[in-house]
Design a protein around this ligand. Structure first.
Ligand SMILES: Cc1cc2nc3c(=O)[nH]c(=O)nc-3n(C[C@H](O)[C@H](O)[C@H](O)COP(=O)(O)OP(=O)(O)OC[C@H]3O[C@@H](n4cnc5c(N)ncnc54)[C@H](O)[C@@H]3O)c2cc1C
Length: 374
């Protein structure tokens, strides 16, 4: 039971945003309880690619969030026993119009540290990729195995960082200094609510006003027929019209027009390619995007086929066999994050652009600043 326990901060939700908030608060010297309604984290934070990405994030504030978050992952991962499986990103441009987008990207501040490999250089240096027009290499990304990394981060926060966890405990309401849970009230000066895509339990009116939708993605794991090594994460032309850091460039509109004609089904299903590798050599592949006011519960084989089709256009991955399929859902809105001070000391924080692994630690700082009125 929670009765009589008192903290500086109660965090709601043990996804990556809640965990990052708990860690940041401990860094600031606050006592912290984290309350999660499930027995463990089973949401978007363990269903994702574990792709901590910078290149492709929306220009400006969000791109800076991603850089800061990547730096913090790099610092925390070894402390929490989390393995970084590979680093960097290769974007294979299959069309001249895609090369135009990459060249324009390199001229922005976001291009710093990135380089464009010619088709010949890519053939020599990236044998896992199909032949294309050019490859953008970004060194900024990290990849962790989320289903392993999140439990490790959780354990480390509990055993070495002094965060108290309350599992199987839905939070029913917040009225500081009380946070009402299914196990009784906790007392706290501050409360940061990180509910992921649960838009209905706490503050449903706020959520409704914020025009937040749900986005469901299809994902899969594939094993190669023979060993293949990805040097970095991989994306393709479809990502250049989807990820804001590229898609917002004027050069992306010609590519978009071409893709509408050449790969209309991929665009209709919101399919673009992200491929990352796991320690056992298998790849995590995705994804598609289905938007609505509820989760889409049914995985469709034609959507999986579109993802696999794009994989074969981009990767030399012979004899690929699908060994696992799953869906995941995140909250989605026009702006990539939603943060709001609801009452003194009470803050709601969501990543609404499908980039929470990449922006969590920086967002956590912003959420706490709001709660602490900094
Ligand atoms: C398939 C997929 C792939 C993705 N790939 C990437 C990627 O590679 N890189 C990237 O940066 N981002 C990626 N994203 C986005 C990223 O995973 C999310 O933005 C991020 O995980 C959101 O974290 P969260 O903590 O807000 O939500 P969640 O992980 O969903 O956690 C929220 C938690 O809050 C709990 N909760 C809610 N309400 C209550 C309550 N009232 N009381 C108690 N507990 C409550 C829930 O049970 C849940 O455990 C992906 C998302 C999906 C779905």
């Amino acid at each position: 039971m929670t009765t009589d326990k008192s903290y500086d901060l109660v965090v709601v939700g043990a996804g990556i945003i809640g965990l990052a908030t708990a860690w940041t608060a401990r860094q600031r010297g606050l006592s912290v309880a984290l309350v999660e309604r499930n027995a463990k984290c089973i949401g978007a934070s363990v269903r994702n690619f574990g792709f901590v990405s910078v290149t492709g994030q929306r220009a400006g504030e969000h791109w800076r969030r991603a850089r800061r978050t990547r730096d913090l992952w790099q610092r925390i991962a070894p402390l929490a026993g989390i393995k970084v499986i590979h680093q960097g990103l290769n974007v294979l441009a299959q069309r001249p119009e895609a090369v135009d987008v990459l060249e324009a990207f390199l001229k922005t501040e976001m291009g710093e540290g990135c380089r464009l490999l010619s088709a010949e250089e890519a053939a020599r240096e990236r044998p896992e990729l199909q032949t294309g027009r050019a490859v953008l290499y970004s060194p900024h990304e990290l990849r962790v195995e989320s289903r392993d990394a999140i439990p490790r981060l959780t354990k480390w926060l509990e055993h070495e960082q002094g965060v108290d966890f309350f599992w199987n405990t839905p939070v029913l309401g917040v009225d500081l200094p009380k946070v009402h849970t299914s196990q009784g009230p906790l007392r706290s000066s501050l409360c940061v609510i990180c509910p992921g895509h649960d838009l209905r339990t706490l503050y449903p009116d706020e959520m409704a006003q914020a025009a937040i939708q749900l986005c469901t993605l299809q994902m899969m794991r594939v094993r190669p027929g023979q060993p293949v090594r990805l040097s970095s994460a991989v994306m393709s032309d479809l990502s250049l019209v989807r990820n804001d850091g590229f898609a917002d460039l004027p050069e992306a509109s010609a590519l978009n027009t071409l893709l509408q004609a050449q790969q209309p089904e991929h665009l209709q299903q919101g399919v673009h390619l992200i491929a990352v590798q796991s320690a056992d050599g298998s790849l995590v592949l995705g994804d598609s995007h289905f938007y609505g006011d509820a989760e889409f519960p049914f995985g469709r084989s034609e959507v999986d086929e579109l993802i696999l089709d794009e994989m074969h256009r981009v990767l030399r991955f012979p004899g690929a066999q699908v060994t696992e399929r799953w869906t995941g859902t995140y909250a989605s809105a026009k702006e990539p994050v939603y943060k709001k001070l609801l009452a003194p000391g009470v803050v709601l924080g969501l990543v609404t652009g499908g980039t929470g692994a990449s922006t969590s630690f920086a967002l956590a700082e912003e959420l706490l600043d709001l709660a602490q009125n900094r």
